[in-house]
Design a protein around this ligand. Structure first.
Ligand code: HEM
Length: 262
């Protein structure tokens, strides 16, 4: 087996797939709760089928709220048990180098849509600037997913609490919550289409997909796609070791050198 680097720990892998499963369920049930056919992209047949499946609209709403509550609780537990990993993730995702990352983003769009030859034709160096633990595309999606998820969670809580304390038809707060809930879910969903394509379908990212189960990526992949991270982990003095990176992470019983051969 090719030499491997640790990329994700067990907490990260669990929360990612738990989050994906919750998203699937919440999107499916959420769409079933929109009973205005003018607003529901799936018309009114889908909500009718889903309500019948759950026994009633009330049960469907209850299931949506319970899974939404579990989703929020799981993230709170993740923060408690893996605060260091969460802070590393947030720092990586929100630290953007405008010159390097924006150039990467621009060139990557051209490369993916019109090919490397177009970069040459435009007089641009076809090499993409080196990227860290996440590339700029991953950062952009993660930023949208984090902000969007916060908006979804907070607006969802306002809606649930409004059933207990407020008249939901009359409060401006609830009206805003409903609008923001839809909007944030729509924005994250749009990003998800690209995320799932890049993560699960694009061949060049296959090692990253596998790492979401095994936790490791081949060193070669890390060098090609995340050179700055690779250099941090493997070369010279490493300023900020990623929490999942065994070689440099003493809190996980790390070995003093990069893990070879998985
Ligand atoms: C079933 C569909 C999904 C697949 C196949 C998938 C796949 C992946 C993979 C392979 C990675 C690791 C990338 C790497 O290590 O470089 C990843 C990371 C990530 N995923 Fe997903 N994912 C899915 C659903 C979701 C959902 C629903 C969300 C949130 C709404 C999400 C949010 C993220 C975030 C924030 C990251 C870290 C940043 C990034 O790599 O883009 N994923 N996903």
């Amino acid at each position: 087996m090719a030499p491997q680097l640790q990329r994700h720990n067990g907490f990260d892998i669990f929360i990612h797939w738990f989050n994906a499963a919750c998203w699937l369920f919440l999107a499916a049930t959420g769409l079933g709760l929109i009973d205005n056919p003018a607003l529901n992209p799936l018309g009114n047949g889908y909500p009718r089928v889903l309500r019948a499946l759950f026994g009633s609209g009330g049960n469907l709403l209850l299931a949506h709220e319970i899974v939404g509550g579990l989703w929020i609780a799981a993230f709170l537990l993740y923060l408690v048990f893996n605060l260091r990993g969460a802070l590393f993730f947030l720092r990586e995702v929100f630290s953007v180098s405008p010159a390097r990352d924006m150039t990467w983003m621009l060139k990557k769009q051209i490369q993916m849509t019109m090919g490397e030859k177009m970069l040459l034709r435009l007089g641009l160096d076809p090499h993409l600037p080196p990227q860290g633990f996440y590339n700029m595309g991953q950062k952009a999606f993660a930023q949208a997913a984090i902000v969007g998820s916060l908006v979804i969670a907070l607006s969802g809580m306002v809606m649930v609490l409004s059933q207990l304390t407020l008249d939901s038809d009359r409060t401006i707060l609830v009206a805003w919550a409903i609008m923001l809930h839809y909007l944030a879910a729509g924005v994250v969903f749009a990003g998800l289409l690209v995320h799932v394509y890049m993560a699960a379908i694009a061949r060049e990212e296959r090692p990253a997909f596998i790492s979401m189960f095994t936790g490791t990526v081949p060193e070669d992949y890390a060098r090609h796609h995340h050179l700055l991270w690779y250099e941090q982990v493997c070369g010279g003095a490493a300023p900020t070791p990623p929490p999942g990176a065994l070689p440099l992470d003493p809190s996980r019983g790390a070995a003093p050198a990069p893990r070879k051969g998985g």
